[in-house]
Design a protein around this ligand. Structure first.
Ligand code: GAP
Length: 474
């Protein structure tokens, strides 16, 4: 068993993720991806892009982050994209009121007070207004988890969108927002894409990009951050067919995580009891993180809410004309909305293992390993000369340079060979190639498999071909 700190420390030590602005003391809710992190992030996005857009019915776009401010009036974000916020008068700590109640429910369950937990959970599901949350906190005597104080302020709604200004004058007419989701850029381009790509309903538009939310509490590393990346697809369908497409996309997205190597027993669907204002059905795909279950992707049936609202607010028709059946309608939308950075964390947690393995002398020791799927592994192969003499570095470098033409590979000469293997295990490199004394007798090298630790000898001229075959789908 390991906890989140093990993952955070590995991520920092091996250059996957750093705290943003660390030398200035850090910036809460923001993280930087280091040399290995950016490779993993790129691989996740590339695999998603291939799965979602290398098909005839889905087109990709890359819309700008800043959008016309009317977008957010139409989408409902200005009036409804809020979280209930509460402050403790004694500790001065600020909480999301719903999270505070959820944590209290968890505590009740741990104390086996399941009836009370169920009752409160039901009441929380129907809470809407600030006073609903406040009343629950008072009724159940929920205290500040840090100070134990029960002295609370009123609950207020807090809008999560980051505001800024366009142009030099900072007045209300210049206000724009950093997008809190990438989906709206897709709705605004619905007609542009349909017309230029000559798509017919049903079809989809996919996008990967940054989103920003001024979360009240950021927590659990990359799980809830203020700047993050999403990979979203909106699938436009004929009204009445949305549930059939919903089931199709729900399955597709589940299958994708399994194909990317996630252990199925660490995944589950969770149906939404409380639906967003635009949805008629919604499920989350949840991953079992070291801190418990958490959403990594949402599948939402969004009806015609978004297109209808943008039609109303812009005065521009966003309809589909079916010339074959002589009908005209506003398509319904089935959305798949995943977090790149949140699934990065799920892939990282899922790949992390600690296991007993023999060292160079056959003595058992603990090895930490990231068992990434070959597709996601940041570095695909490492090349080592056994020693830094006798022509070994020169030979190893030739192999390294050849592999580098196609793959992200690394070259390492420092330390005992066993330690070099362990270093690669810890970052999830699937193959290690070693040039040794025998290389100069029969022109072979060893190739070690990360998971089985089995070493094969193959001709040095076959290394690139061998890795190509192993990574054929990567
Ligand atoms: N367009 C719909 C939408 O944005 P969402 O459930 O709010 O739906 C979708 O977000 C996904 O975006 C989540 O499943 C999660 O992976 C990611 N996400 C949302 N808020 C996040 C945050 N503060 N930090 C990291 N990822 C976040």
């Amino acid at each position: 068993m390991y906890n989140l700190d093990t993952i955070i420390s590995l991520a920092k030590r091996r250059g996957l993720v750093f705290q943003s602005s660390e030398i200035y003391g850090g910036l809460n809710g923001c993280w930087d991806f280091g040399p290995l992190g950016v490779e993993l992030l790129k691989n996740i996005k590339e695999e998603w892009w291939k799965a979602m857009t290398y098909r005839e019915d889905i087109e990709g776009i890359d819309a700008s982050i800043l959008m016309h401010p009317r977008t957010w009036e139409a989408s409902g974000h200005i009036s409804q994209f809020t979280d209930p916020m509460i402050d403790n008068k004694q500790s001065k700590l600020r909480y999301r009121a719903d999270n505070l109640i959820e944590e209290f429910i968890d505590k009740l369950r741990k104390k086996k007070k399941n009836d009370k937990a169920d009752e409160l959970e039901k009441k929380l599901a129907s809470a809407k207004e600030p006073e609903d949350y406040y009343n629950l906190i008072v009724e159940y005597e929920i205290s500040d988890p840090v100070s134990g104080s029960k002295e609370w302020t009123e609950v207020r709604h807090f809008n999560l969108m980051f505001k800024t200004f366009i142009g030099p004058v900072e007045d209300s007419s210049a206000v724009v927002y950093l997008r809190p989701e990438s989906a709206q850029g897709i709705y605004l381009n619905f007609k542009n894409v349909m017309d230029t790509a000559r798509q017919k309903v049903p079809f989809g538009i996919a996008q990967i990009g940054k989103a920003f939310r001024n979360e009240i509490n950021t927590k659990n590393f990359l799980f809830r951050t203020r700047e993050f990346e999403q990979m979203e697809m909106q699938y436009f369908v004929k009204p009445g067919t949305e549930m059939q497409w919903y089931d199709y996309w729900k399955q597709q997205r589940w299958d994708w995580y399994i194909k990317m190597g996630i252990n199925p027993s660490s995944l589950k669907f969770k149906a939404h009891e409380k639906l967003a204002h635009y949805a008629n059905r919604a499920d989350d795909i949840e991953y079992f993180f070291p801190f418990g279950w958490g959403e990594i992707e949402g599948i939402h049936s969004r009806t015609d809410y978004d297109l209808s609202r943008h039609q109303e607010f812009s005065g521009k028709k966003l309809e589909y004309v079916d010339t074959v059946n002589q009908e005209r309608f506003t398509p319904f939308v089935v959305e798949t909305s995943g977090g790149v950075t949140r699934s990065f964390m799920a892939f990282l947690c899922d790949a992390y293992k600690e296991e007993e393995a023999p060292d160079a002398n056959g003595k058992m020791e603990m090895r930490a390993i990231l068992k990434f799927s070959h597709k996601l592994a940041p570095i695909k192969a490492a090349v080592f000369p056994l020693v830094n003499k006798d022509g070994m570095p020169e030979k190893a470098e030739l192999i390294y340079k050849d592999l580098q033409k196609r793959f992200k590979v690394t070259y390492d000469t420092s330390g005992a060979i066993g330690r070099r293997y362990r270093r690669q295990d810890e970052i999830g490199t699937p193959f290690c190639i070693t040039v040794d004394g025998q290389t100069f007798e029969d022109d072979t090298v060893t190739i070690r498999d990360r998971d089985s630790m089995v070493q094969e000898r193959i001709s040095s001229s076959r290394v690139t071909e061998y890795i190509n075959e192993k990574l054929i789908n990567c």
